[in-house]
Design a protein around this ligand. Structure first.
Ligand SMILES: Cc1cc2nc3c(=O)[nH]c(=O)nc-3n(C[C@H](O)[C@H](O)[C@H](O)COP(=O)(O)OP(=O)(O)OC[C@H]3O[C@@H](n4cnc5c(N)ncnc54)[C@H](O)[C@@H]3O)c2cc1C
Ligand SMILES: Cc1cc2nc3c(=O)[nH]c(=O)nc-3n(C[C@H](O)[C@H](O)[C@H](O)COP(=O)(O)O)c2cc1C
Length: 751
């Protein structure tokens, strides 16, 4: 094959090496505009895992890289005068020039033709090539030339960073968080050879401008940073290598190949430097493309196979990088609020790649410190004595809301069962909720329980609008209280414009075929285009609904519930007041958030007044509509502040289901960032829900302070004993009910 690489960075060089290894008859040319020793920046970092991936592809390259490495296991986090250290992370750093020199030498040895100091403006002159690599880096000219085919999207992130060097020797990967009069500064630093460290300084655009760095030249920038980090630099200087303050561009492309041109490395995709994966991705691209060419005779087939293999892996890394970079964009939220150990936990688990469980394997001592600290906090907060040695996993610590003390942090999410008749709970509900209480969760929530007959979503929805309902619920709460340490809450709701629809398994949100009841909503807008048009509520409707909520709260007390959750989420009545997409009112109950929240808060206040002061109220919200012009994160924080001022104890942070226009971005823990934000910015306790996959996630969320309680829905449908099984897996002794003590010592096996 006749191959040309435009760009002699890690992607182009390593691909050349691999192709010549596969068949010395290939002609491979690498065209590079710079000289061999020119490079921007200083060092690159690889995790041990990355090195494993490239080791098999070309052992001589790996050997040379390994010899050039500075290796470390520790991460030091400088925060508020303290240094928190975590070990076991296994990273290596090396100079970028050295890496390029190794790749250049190996490529030359194998017969790759290297042409330096030639800038390629277009592809005239390369038409004879069978394959052209667009390995020309983040600002790829080829990608832009063929933009119509590659469909690039470039998202320039708001933070500013500069890549500096230093003669400071660092024993650990070092993060520094330091505030001055202008704002908060972050440093990402690591040693990459005997004498040098990379020293990346990052801050928000606002802080950068306030410090006057938008007008500073290189020397002024260096002088500023040397002054700011004088303590950390211990007398060492900062070094420059054509440094400029930049905004990180996230590159994504709709297509990675066009005719015989293929994008690789930074030209195709970038991943923020805070997860140190750019070089790894570039080299893994080379491996995948070389292998695809070995498997497929026709170039287009190989390019398609390369993209099919690499795209999901790259996108997964980009998702991790996205949560990581957002953490660094939002560090002001945590700085000064979190204690050093929790700040460290929040930093280390930011990309979701590292969990409490991974850390336990890497650094059991650090996790024991975290758990001990967390247990101490939980003991203070709840007034319950928590065993200090060994400390329990964070999920098995108590949590207090007013006089209610939950035995642990796992919550069974409200889940409609569509099995009631005229709102009446029955044996299904007893067994469903009862078995989940035996299953070990600390708080069991009923399904959405409606405050009036016409407030139901479907004819099968549960209710709390008749004295008989209160008695039937009492049987369930009595069972839970008598047979488990779990507490039980009721989610009170009015379906609003999403009412009068079919059971889940007969067509969710679809209007009933017969027997519909009239709907009410803030504005006369149907949920589905072909759905029933609701009546816009007048004051009398509001009074009636408010009073129905109050009546339900009274029944909830008779029924023996420990907590009320008001349903302000998922597009039901109170949620539809909050969203500007469903509330188009022009009176005092519409308009800005204060207006839109007015009626939901009237309901809240009335219920709060009717519900015993010793018992807590939670509110579930949809923190975003996932739709343009809709309710979003800022509104969620503002609403949470209002709720707190009105006496709400905890916000259960969900999202969406408010409009059919929504475009949610699903993924693991996809709603947790909203709970985290509300918790820190509104200073109120939060529950997080949504794709919480494992007990490792639960412990990570809690220990990092992203939420106070973790709510699991489908996991509990699948496994009513989810919490018990999580305890067993962690070696934590969660007492079994007497009837089941024979299980002690029993080893379950599924294979
Ligand atoms: C601040 C910062 C820190 C980073 N830290 C790390 C880290 O710790 N670990 C890590 O793995 N990655 C890190 N990266 C990312 C890493 O540098 C890149 O992801 C990696 O170099 C990508 O390799 P590449 O071959 O795709 O592109 P590049 O390394 O950018 O190579 C592209 C080459 O193409 C050449 N070129 C461009 N246009 C032309 C043209 N028209 N004609 C001829 N030649 C051309 C360029 O001169 C360049 O040499 C960091 C990036 C930044 C910005
Ligand atoms: C069958 C089912 C019924 C649900 N009913 C309710 C409900 O009554 N009230 C509510 O707020 N959310 C309800 N939800 C949403 C869940 O409480 C939860 O927010 C969602 O399933 C995401 O959590 P998960 O990823 O752990 O399943 C329901 C979810 C399911 C699967």
């Amino acid at each position: 094959m006749n191959i040309v690489s435009i760009g002699g960075g890690p992607a182009g060089l390593f691909f050349g090496i691999l192709m010549k290894r596969a068949d010395p008859a290939h002609r491979v040319r690498v065209i590079e505009r710079n000289r061999p020793n020119d490079t921007f920046g200083w060092g690159v970092v690889f995790s041990d895992e990355t090195l494993g991936n490239i080791a098999d592809a070309d052992p001589p390259t790996t050997d040379a890289i390994t010899r050039a490495f500075a290796h470390w296991d520790d991460i030091d986090i400088h925060y508020g005068g303290a240094v928190v250290t975590s070990t076991g992370h296994g990273f290596s750093g090396m100079s970028r020039v050295r890496l390029l020199n190794i790749l250049q030498a190996r490529a030359a040895e194998l017969g790759v033709e290297l042409e330096y100091e030639r800038e390629v403006a277009d592809l005239t002159g390369f038409r004879d090539a069978d394959l052209i690599l667009a390995a020309d880096g983040v600002n790829s000219r080829l990608r832009e030339t063929y933009a119509a085919a590659f469909e690039p999207e470039i998202d320039f992130r708001p933070n500013r960073f500069i890549w500096l060097g230093s003669t400071l020797k660092l024993a650990a990967f070092t993060f520094v968080f330091k505030a001055d009069a202008h704002g908060l500064w972050r440093v990402h630093a690591y040693q990459f050879d005997d004498q040098h460290s990379t020293f990346i300084v990052e801050t928000t655009d606002q802080t950068w401008r306030k410090a006057g760095l938008d007008r500073a030249d290189e020397d002024q920038t260096i002088a500023f940073c040397e002054r700011l980090f004088a303590d950390e630099l211990k007398g060492h200087r900062l070094l420059k290598n054509k440094p400029v303050w930049r905004s990180f561009p996230i590159v994504r492309c709709g297509h990675w190949w066009h005719d015989n041109i293929v994008l690789m490395g930074d030209a195709a995709h970038t991943a923020h430097f805070s997860i140190g994966s750019g070089t790894k991705l570039a080299m893994e691209d080379s491996i995948a493309l070389a292998q695809a060419l070995g498997r497929h005779r026709a170039v287009p087939d190989a390019l398609a196979a390369y993209e099919a293999e690499r795209r999901p892996q790259v996108e997964s890394t980009q998702r991790a990088a996205q949560t990581s970079l957002q953490w660094f964009e939002e560090t002001e939220r945590y700085f000064g609020t979190l204690e050093p150990i929790q700040f460290a936990m929040s930093l280390l688990t930011r990309s979701l790649r590292i969990t409490h469980e991974n850390l336990k394997r890497r650094d059991p001592g650090f996790v024991a410190r975290v758990d001990r600290w967390f247990a101490g906090k939980a003991a203070n907060q709840s007034g319950v004595n928590v065993a200090a040695e060994p400390p329990p996993p964070p999920m098995f610590t108590p949590f207090r809301l007013r006089e209610l003390v939950l035995p642990n942090r796992v919550v069974v999410s409200p889940m409609c069962q569509y099995s009631a008749d005229d709102g009446m709970p029955n044996d299904w509900h007893l067994v469903h909720l009862g078995s989940r209480a035996i299953g070990g969760a600390g708080l069991i929530m009923t399904e959405m329980t409606d405050i009036a007959r016409e407030a139901r979503i479907t004819p099968g929805c549960a209710g709390l609008y008749k004295p008989e309902h209160a008695a039937a619920w009492r049987r369930i709460t009595d069972f839970v209280h008598a047979n488990s340490p779990a507490k039980i809450g009721v989610q009170l709701a009015h379906a609003g414009r999403k009412g009068s629809t079919r059971l889940l398994w007969e067509g969710i949100d679809e209007p009933l075929e017969t027997g519909n009841w009239p709907l009410i909503a803030p504005s006369p807008l149907p949920y589905l285009a072909h759905g029933q048009v609701p009546k816009a509520m007048d004051r009398a409707d509001m009074d009636r609904v408010r009073d129905d909520f109050v009546r339900a709260a009274g029944y909830a007390q008779t029924a023996g519930f420990d907590l009320i959750e008001l349903h302000f989420a998922h597009g039901y009545l109170l949620s539809s007041f909050l969203s500007p997409l469903s509330n188009r009112r022009t009176d005092a109950y519409g308009g800005d958030l204060t207006g839109r929240a007015r009626f939901p808060l009237e309901v809240f206040d009335a219920v709060r007044a009717a519900w015993p002061q010793t018992k807590p109220i939670s509110v579930r919200i949809s923190a975003t509509d996932w739709a343009p012009g809709g309710f979003d994160g800022d509104d969620a924080v503002a609403l949470a502040r209002l709720l707190k001022a009105h006496g709400c104890d905890i916000v259960d942070v969900s999202t969406g289901q408010t409009t059919t226009e929504a475009k949610p971005v699903y993924g693991r823990l996809y709603q947790t960032p909203y709970a985290d934000r509300v918790r820190h910015e509104a200073a109120i306790a939060t529950m997080t829900v949504g794709n919480i996959a494992s007990y490792a996630d639960v412990n990570s969320i809690l220990a990092a302070g992203r939420a106070d309680l973790c709510v699991l829905a489908r996991a509990h449908l699948y496994d009513p004993y989810w919490t018990r099984h999580a305890a067993t897996a962690q070696g934590y002794a969660l007492p079994w009910p007497n009837q089941y003590v024979s299980v002690a010592g029993y080893q379950p096996r599924f294979t």
